[in-house]
Design a protein around this ligand. Structure first.
Ligand SMILES: Cc1ncc(COP(=O)(O)O)c(C=O)c1O
Length: 348
């Protein structure tokens, strides 16, 4: 697009760049975008097939009502405390639409999910960055920051570190605005901030079906929070932001908790095995509560990542400070890990 027609606020804009998504069926070992290595519940596939009917000519429920109700039941909440979005990413964007706009600041610890920075530019808000110490501790400066909107990704990405629950609560209590706790990876962690919803009405929890439910391809996320915050998100969303197939997929997925637990259990077990194997090979490994691990290889990361790519293994490489030289590896199956470790032995 000619530069002259783009909003002046977007001059020099760096968009968010998603991880490489090669065409299906080419045999890649894909450990770069934190998808599930295991398929969704068979009940989800059945539900999608059953919903692929003539009824697709009709719009979906504008409130994705069946999904809201099923999610509310699962968490013991009222449906008015739940909203559903086109992936967790849409819910993050709705937070900007509802709570922070031009001239506002939006606060978050760094390093973290790189989507917040471009969204600040798009909404003409200024990022208020709070660097973490050793990736592990939530910065004490975050709570007193007066921003009307804050994000805490917990477990954090790309580090996998889980911030201390008391520190998160203290940051929420000290905040005057909305605190969105992005729990995209929380199912792989020992605890969530769900209890905070009982006492803190300025907290939103953002979740997704993309990771532990194996549904990245469907694009479904949900937010839990007080009625007022959920109503604020609903008031700025697009009318039909979640399609019919996604709604039935969400219901079937949230209702098949045994399948979900099985996936999470396997990923957590594989995470421990991979972390130990990489440590033995001389990698520095950040303790992870997510479905990926953040590691620094004993040789320059760029070379290692390129050599893995030549062997059709994709991982995520970071080349900007403070995480230059680090690699994020999605937890895969044992078979995928064997291929990765074999390749790394050759490369190193
Ligand atoms: C921290 C974080 N939040 C939210 C998301 C959103 O995921 P989705 O839009 O697939 O639900 C991701 C995806 O990678 C993520 O890493």
């Amino acid at each position: 697009m000619p530069k002259s027609v783009v909003r002046r606020a977007l001059e020099g804009f760096h968009p968010y760049v998603p991880g490489e998504q090669p065409p299906d069926g080419e045999g890649w070992v894909k450990l770069n975008t934190n998808e599930s290595p295991l398929p969704p519940s068979p009940k989800v596939i059945e539900a999608i097939k059953a919903a692929a009917t003539d009824q697709l000519r009709l719009y979906p429920s504008p409130t994705a009502a069946p999904a809201r109700q099923a999610i509310a039941r699962r968490f013991g909440l009222d449906p008015t405390q739940v909203t559903v979005g086109n992936g967790g990413d849409e819910l993050i964007e709705l937070c900007f639409r509802a709570f922070a706009g031009a001239g506002d600041t939006v606060a978050f610890p760094t390093p973290t999910y790189p989507l917040f920075e471009p969204l600040c530019r798009i909404h003409e808000a200024a990022p208020s960055r709070h660097p973490t110490e050793d990736f592990a501790d939530l910065p004490a400066s975050l709570g007193p920051d007066p921003s009307p909107l804050k994000f805490i990704v917990n477990p954090n990405s790309p580090t996998g570190a889980l911030f201390d629950a008391h520190h998160v609560e203290a940051a929420v209590v000290a905040s005057s605005g909305v605190v969105a706790i992005d729990e995209a990876y929380v199912d792989f962690a020992p605890r969530s901030a769900l209890e905070l919803l009982e006492s803190q009405d300025k907290v939103l929890l953002l979740r997704t079906f993309s990771k532990s439910y194996g549904l990245a391809g469907m694009r479904i996320g949900f937010a839990l929070g007080s009625r007022d915050l959920i109503a604020a998100l609903d008031s700025v969303k697009d009318s039909y932001n979640v399609d019919r197939l996604s709604i039935v997929a969400a219901v079937a997925a949230i209702e098949d908790e045994p399948h979900h637990e099985q996936v999470v259990g396997e990923v957590v077990r594989n995470r421990g095995e991979l972390a130990r194997a990489l440590e033995q090979m001389g990698f520095e490994v950040v303790p992870s509560a997510a479905n990926f691990i953040f590691v620094q290889p004993p040789r320059p990361a760029g070379e290692v990542v390129a050599a893995l790519r030549e062997r059709k293994i994709l991982v995520r490489h970071y080349d900007r400070e403070p995480i230059a030289g680090w690699i994020r590896i999605t937890i895969g199956t044992r078979e995928q890990h064997s291929k990765l470790l074999e390749a790394l032995k050759e490369i190193l």
